[in-house]
Design a protein around this ligand. Structure first.
Ligand SMILES: Nc1nc2c(ncn2[C@@H]2O[C@H](COP(=O)(O)OP(=O)(O)OP(=O)(O)O)[C@@H](O)[C@H]2O)c(=O)[nH]1
Ligand SMILES: [Mg+2]
Length: 448
């Protein structure tokens, strides 16, 4: 694929819409526009960052295809860093396809997946972390994922990586000078400071990695399970949180059998919420199978909402479930506080949230607690790592730095620092490997 081709693609989703945008990028973008577009503001030269109204026509037949707006960007002040034209036409696939076909019959080529963003990367408009963040911005499933993607797109994560890289280069310079000029006093490095700086970098990368599992979860979503014995009000709470009557609610114990799952946003975090079969002490047949499924879900859940019925005394099933989820992250809920609360065992329930799934009382407190557990305060404003590629590269870089710290000679120490530098460079794209680029841009859609 020739990187000098002028590329074209529709940047808006396929189908019918009020407006669709066809984007052109490359040397021929403006000349091609001239061939198919007649501006109503008769103009000899298109000005940068201006929008022109006009008609799109087929230059072979002179047929009018559509009325459109053309937005002009001259290099380097465009998304790709090349000359770019964005044609906003009516969102009918017939019109979009026709315009693209006309452009291809002239000099353009259809863009590959993510090729506009790839060109932005190659032309230095963004780095590789920012290119990935473009994708994450487009596909963010919740407010918090969007916030993290935007911080990365703005370059906040890249800044941290560039700083690590700059410090690595300094360390490498010192040790290589010492290797090359071992006898020269004025290039001798301060070994204590060197070790301290190295240690500091190991812990800086460690800190970044600490937030990574949280970043991944925010991007990919959490699993939250509503658990409790039969009839405590699990399905009622499930329905309240998902916002409609998704689950059957009934006074008869054992109403829910097959668990239900539904995606929701709580506190801007994407959660797959599960309503489960209530645990009965003597379950047989389908009830028994349902309970096995509930128990299997416990292990994979990120958070358990263990519900008790506040209008009844706590029984052995409640205690059994409490013991069963002792090792898990959980919130204890006392439901039905609109009735007379009779529930005993103050010790277990001292830290519980009292609510009514029926009236909605105190459910906002539950939502706040869910957010507090899934996204602790200290991580709410900072940029986090949200990709396995970043985790792998930083883990590898950290390993190299630990090996550098333990290296028997200056030469092996320098070698390990070089390896760490390479890993960090791959993160931002200062070191580019084709297979990494291919993997990243394969995730993109055509037109981005
Ligand atoms: N008064 C009152 N009743 C509630 C509350 N929450 C649930 N209920 C009632 O309790 C009964 C059982 O509710 P469900 O939501 O079906 O309970 P469940 O835990 O899903 O039950 P199973 O699916 O059988 O395990 C229904 O009659 C609900 O209307 C509440 O906060 N207050
Ligand atoms: Mg139920």
């Amino acid at each position: 694929m020739n990187p000098n081709d002028t590329i074209v693609a529709c940047t808006t989703p396929p189908g019918y819409s009020s407006v669709a945008v066809v984007r052109l990028s490359g040397e021929q973008a403006i000349p091609l526009l001239r061939e198919i577009f007649i501006s109503t503001q008769s103009t000899a030269v298109f000005q940068a960052q201006r929008v022109y109204h006009g008609i799109v026509m087929d230059p072979k037949t002179n047929e009018t295809i559509d009325m459109a707006l053309a937005t002009i960007f001259y290099k380097p002040n465009s998304y790709t860093g090349e000359d770019v034209v964005e044609l906003s036409c009516h969102g009918n696939p017939l019109i979009v396809d026709r315009i693209i076909r006309i452009l291809i019959n002239l000099k353009a080529r259809i863009a590959a997946r993510g090729e506009f963003t790839k060109r932005a990367l190659i032309n230095g408009k963004i780095d590789l972390i920012q290119a990935e963040a473009v994708l994450d911005t487009v596909y963010a499933s919740c407010e918090q994922a969007r916030r993290l993607a935007m911080l990365q797109y703005e370059g906040k994560l890249s800044e941290k990586i560039y700083e690590i890289r700059a410090r690595l280069v300094d360390l490498l310079f010192l040790i290589e000078a010492d290797i090359d000029f071992p006898d020269e006093e004025d290039v001798r490095y301060d070994q204590t400071k060197f070790s301290r700086d190295l240690e500091d970098m190991i812990s800086t990368i460690g800190e970044l990695l600490k937030g990574a599992s949280l970043g991944l979860k925010i991007k990919e979503g959490y699993k939250v399970l509503i658990l409790g014995r039969a009839n405590v009000g699990k399905s009622t709470l499930f329905n309240w949180l998902v916002g409609h009557d998704r689950a059957i609610v009934h006074e008869q114990p054992g109403t829910t059998r097959d668990f239900l799952e539904q995606g929701v946003q709580i506190g801007g975090i994407y959660i797959t919420l599960y309503d489960t079969a209530g645990i009965l002490s003597r379950a047989t047949g389908p009830d028994e199978i349902a309970q096995q499924r509930t128990k299997a879900l416990i292990e994979t859940a990120d958070l358990i909402l263990l519900m008790f019925d506040g209008s009844e005394s706590m029984n052995e099933e409640d205690v059994y479930l409490y013991d069963r989820v002792k090792h898990k992250s959980k919130l204890l809920l006392v439901n039905k506080i609109d009735l007379n609360v009779r529930l005993g065992n103050q010790q277990i329930l001292s830290d519980s949230i009292k609510l009514s799934a029926k009236t909605g009382e105190n459910i906002d407190a539950l939502e706040d607690s869910i957010k507090r557990i899934l996204l602790p305060q200290e991580f709410r404003n900072d940029v986090l790592i949200t990709r396995h590629r970043h985790i792998d590269a930083l883990t590898e870089a950290r390993k190299c730095l630990i090996d550098a710290r333990n290296a028997p000679t200056s030469e092996t120490c320098a070698y390990e620092l070089h390896c760490a530098l390479n890993e960090v460079g791959e993160l931002t794209g200062q070191v580019m490997r084709k297979e990494i680029l291919d993997r990243i841009f394969d995730e993109f859609c055509v037109g981005k």
